[in-house]
Design a binder for this molecule. Structure first.
Ligand code: ADQ
Length: 468
């Protein structure tokens, strides 16, 4: 039986000792590793003076983690640089924020080579390799160069940008060419997959076989699939009922004093549309003065990627906007926005979701968005809250029973808030049920089974075809 080698920027250890990868994704990958046996490889999160390629192996419950330290320059150029200042904004359609620097591109390439050198000796002949996300696009190609003949799959957790945007990246074509080293590429939605195919066809002259779901280029072919990630729905439902969640629920209910809570939970990231969300909420306060003191917005947004300037800017901007809105509208006994900059355990979040009347999830662009699914999973089936969801989140494809909005439109957000507040219970239940059933069916275990089954079904790569 084939072992699984999972490779991602950060790793989650069976004993929880690495804090890198968390949540549903970590659960799914860990369970796949336990079933198939194998290794989870990635960056340790630590820096070292001189890269040695020395692997820190930790054997645990069912699988092994292998991590490697990087040099400070690696972290600057590969992680903070190319991954988070170049690819992340570009892949989220923000070429205004994307920084194109040869130093970043070089560092990204160097670190991917270092990862390939380090992980290659750990891969045995029968293993299947599953590489995660935009940090590691060229890694499969680097492994092929080092003689790796195994099945290798790649999954992208972000959107894939439209071809005209991607064409602004100086090394776009070289980067996309490296993807043809894979046997399988997975995207969350058909839209991201189509954008990839557009670039391959129109910018590179690749041949698309839509029936087979195969893209051919330069004598190589790669299978492409739509494979939307889910959450661990059963776990989340149970969590929403545990002691911590119930305590939080009671606490939130007490502090709401009869007001309807609108909740937003996001990493503090410009892709999540937080400024636009605050603007939409303020619009609601202005347009519906009679409703004002009947609601409040709780926005939980722990800072992320704080060393990157665009993240410092969005943080400052949000402090300014929330402060201004509170200053303009607050009263002796009411504050319109509670803005909280920290992370909470998942069961506490589940309690918060359950105590709310509205979940406001309005990213400007999101590969999927798991918060929307967690929000639904945490609701009381007898009295569920209403999900307001951006049409530009990958999740919108599967969650059409949410109130879908254009997150750039303050008016649409304001209208949706009013509609959600006035929605009869029967409609709330019907909408919730449709989404909850789908979340249960297409959970994270479904996602990883779909990807791994497709990877196993891919023909074993022929030596010549991959001798790039
Ligand atoms: P993210 O951009 O991180 O993920 P998301 O899908 O919403 O976005 O996942 C965030 C996770 O972090 C959720 O599980 C959520 O519960 C948790 N989280 C958020 N805020 C938190 C807080 N304050 N405290 C504790 N936990 C918090 C990327 C892509 C997404 C894609 C996922 C998975 O950008 O589009 O859905 O990967 O593929």
């Amino acid at each position: 039986m084939s072992r699984l080698i999972v490779i991602s920027n950060r790793v989650s250890a069976p004993d929880g000792s690495h804090s890198g990868a968390q949540g549903g994704l970590a659960v799914a990958l860990a369970s796949a590793l336990r079933e198939m046996g194998g290794i989870w490889f990635g960056w340790s999160g630590e820096q070292t003076d001189q890269f040695t390629g020395q692997v820190n192996l930790q054997r645990g419950d069912g699988y092994t983690t292998a991590t490697v330290d990087l040099e400070e320059q690696d972290v600057d150029e590969y992680y903070n640089g190319y991954a988070n200042r170049t690819l992340w904004p570009l892949f989220h359609y923000r070429i205004d924020l994307a920084e194109y620097e040869r130093g970043f591109a070089g560092g990204y390439q160097r670190v991917n080579e270092r990862f390939a050198d380090t992980v290659r000796p750990l891969i045995e002949a029968e293993d299947s390799v599953w590489i995660q996300d935009y940090h590691m696009i060229p890694l499969g190609h680097e492994l092929r160069k080092r003689g790796c003949q195994n099945r290798i799959g790649f999954f992208l957790h972000t959107p894939w940008p439209p071809r005209r945007l991607l064409a602004t990246l100086p090394e776009a074509r070289e980067l996309v060419e490296t993807l043809f080293a894979y046997d399988l590429i997975g995207f969350h939605t058909a839209e991201w997959l189509e954008s990839f195919c557009d670039f391959a066809r129109l910018e590179m002259g690749a041949d698309i076989d839509e029936e087979e779901g195969v893209v051919r280029f330069g004598g190589r072919s790669v299978r492409v699939i739509v494979c939307p990630i889910g959450i661990d729905a059963a776990e989340f439902r149970e969590m929403a009922d545990n002691d911590a969640a119930r305590d939080t629920y009671e606490q939130m209910r007490r502090s709401s004093v009869g007001r309807a809570m609108i909740v937003g939970v996001d990493r503090l990231d410009y892709s999540k549309g937080l400024e636009e969300r605050f603007a939409g909420y303020e619009r609601f306060l202005l347009e519906h003065p009679e409703e004002r003191k009947e609601v409040f917005l709780l926005q939980i947004a722990p800072p992320s990627r704080g060393t990157v300037e665009s993240y410092q800017r969005i943080r400052n901007a949000l402090e300014g906007v929330s402060g201004r809105i509170n200053g303009a509208h607050a009263d002796l006994d009411w504050v319109p926005i509670r803005y909280v900059n920290q992370g909470y355990p998942r069961d506490v979040l589940a309690g918060v979701y359950r105590a709310s009347r509205i979940g406001l999830v309005t990213p400007l662009r999101d590969g999927m968005n798991l918060v929307a699914k967690e929000y639904v999973a945490a609701q009381d089936p007898e009295d569920p809250g209403v999900l307001i969801l951006s049409r530009f989140a990958g999740a919108a494809v599967q969650m059409e029973s949410a109130l879908l909005v254009n997150p750039y439109s303050a008016e649409e957000i304001s209208d949706a808030i009013l509609r959600a507040l006035q929605m009869p219970k029967a409609e709330r239940i019907a909408r919730w049920r449709a989404m909850a059933e789908d979340i249960e069916k297409h959970d994270v275990l479904w996602w990883r089974a779909r990807f791994i089954d497709a990877l196993m079904a891919a023909p074993l790569p022929g030596g010549a075809a991959h001798a790039a």
